[in-house]
Design a protein around this ligand. Sequence first.
Ligand code: B12
Ligand code: SF4
Length: 473
Amino acid sequence: MAWNKQVALVFLPSDSGVDGARSLYGDTEPPGLRRWLDSGVRNLIKRTQFAIPPLALMILASIEVPGVEQTLCDLRFEEFPFDRQWDLVGISVQTGMASKAFELADRLRSRGVKVVLGGPHVTMFPDSCRAHADCLVHGEADDLWRDVLADLVTDSLKAEYRPDAPPDLQLHRPVSRASLKKNRYFTTNLVQTGRGCPYQCDFCNVHVLNGRVLRQRKIDHIVDEVRRFSEEDKRIFFFVDDSINGDPLFARELFKHLIPLNITWFGQATTALGQQPELLDTFARSGCRALLVGIESIEPSSRIAHKKTQNRTDELAGNIRAIRKSGISLYGSFIYGLDGDTLQTPQAILDFIADTRLDVPGINTLRPIPGTKVFDRLREEGRLLFDPEDITSFRYTFGQEMLYRPKNIPLPEFIESYSELTRKVFNIGNAIRRGLEAPGINAAVLFFNLFYTHLYRLSRNDLRKQLETLGSA
Ligand code: B12
Ligand code: SF4
């Protein structure tokens, strides 16, 4: 077939963090050998840790329209190929990367290339995107993308595409990985079993983006996908669902069917799994090796302040022990600096980690993403440290800069205590111990902890610099 329309689908790197931690605040780049080592570590992190392909763009690239060829450009690994002739460039926009997306869009449009923007930021803030695009796609694009490509072929692209309703996930839409350069990635086995979240944690916008009703795919479609994927790529599977045990009955049925396929997998779950013994057993038997759990806070007052009420503080430790006992390693994500936190909170976090022997602790500060309830509240309270009127001023980095003033702790003391906390949690000794003690995937646990030892050193340097910058402003 002669392709007459060339379409690029673009995924952008974040400023730091999972796409390769780098220093953000001025003159903190170390000299000589250290710099060389840091850039080596950064590349290693990018290639081995979170380098998974964007499922959204895999889904769009799988939609076939006669006369259209789609190419996936992952700018975490390559420069945008400006030397090629493009009829349409689609960019996936996350809120923290909006300015990067707009910059690229403007550059392309100044060369006469048509640009379509889609993704979470477009769904939340379409008004901020219009000036940078020929076409906007709102919401989940599983159905709309076919219309966009068909209109491209007939030169009748519309300015906006909006779904009447979310796509019907019960329809079989096989995902192809033909557009991926497979060796770049840690794994290409990405699967989503459903969308939507019934909870409303105030720092998250998944329930706004995907709705509050959990919409699931058909179990036999998922099983087919896993079978097909595992034949092509023997590496680990990542179930990207925000809460893979959100519907325990569905999850149990699904993973029972996956046992014979003999895969290994990781995913994201709520700690309530520790009280779901049959599901836990099914997860372990179906090849689950690691789960990311959002602990967020062990302070009841903080959990209430931020509407994280689906798992109870007094049950957390027991649940974590039960999950680890089944052979599943845990990445437990905390947020220090929530509205109920005080200077005593770091010690409580340290005790909790020691008590539960969490394999990889993630010690985050709050990221008030525009469009979340917590962003609105902090704006009203005048606590944001970035311009809330400029939608592109929010950037997504790791714990390297404070984006708000904590409620109960003055900023300098907070930064000092956060730095002290990360210094105590992450060091080479702890990394080796956690690697040895993990119930499974010991090398990965060791690697993650070493990565964080490196990352939080950057975090401490950057936070100190940020404080100086704020002080002199
Ligand atoms: C897996 C995952 C990752 C993976 C893979 C990245 C990826 N996006 O594929 C990793 C670990 C690398 C990652 C990293 C980050 N992530 Co992430 N991640 C997710 C997660 C859990 C699932 C994403 C997914 O695969 N969804 C399934 C697909 C099918 O849905 P979708 O992405 O929404 O895409 C649909 C529409 O948005 C739209 N669409 C998307 N792109 C485009 C492009 C075009 C042209 C069109 C037309 C349509 C379109 O159509 C798609 C199909 O319906 C989501 C939470 C969630 N529920 O979505 C968070 C999420 C996307 N991540 C988020 C964030 C903040 C990050 C990081 C910045 C975190 C960090 N610490 O650095 C980085 C950024 C990395 C990057 N370069 O973008 C936020 C984004 C918030 C926002 N408002 O922008 C989310 C929503 C989590 C949250 N609770 O807030 N992430
Ligand atoms: S943090 Fe998790 S549980 Fe809370 S709203 Fe977001 S996706 Fe749902």
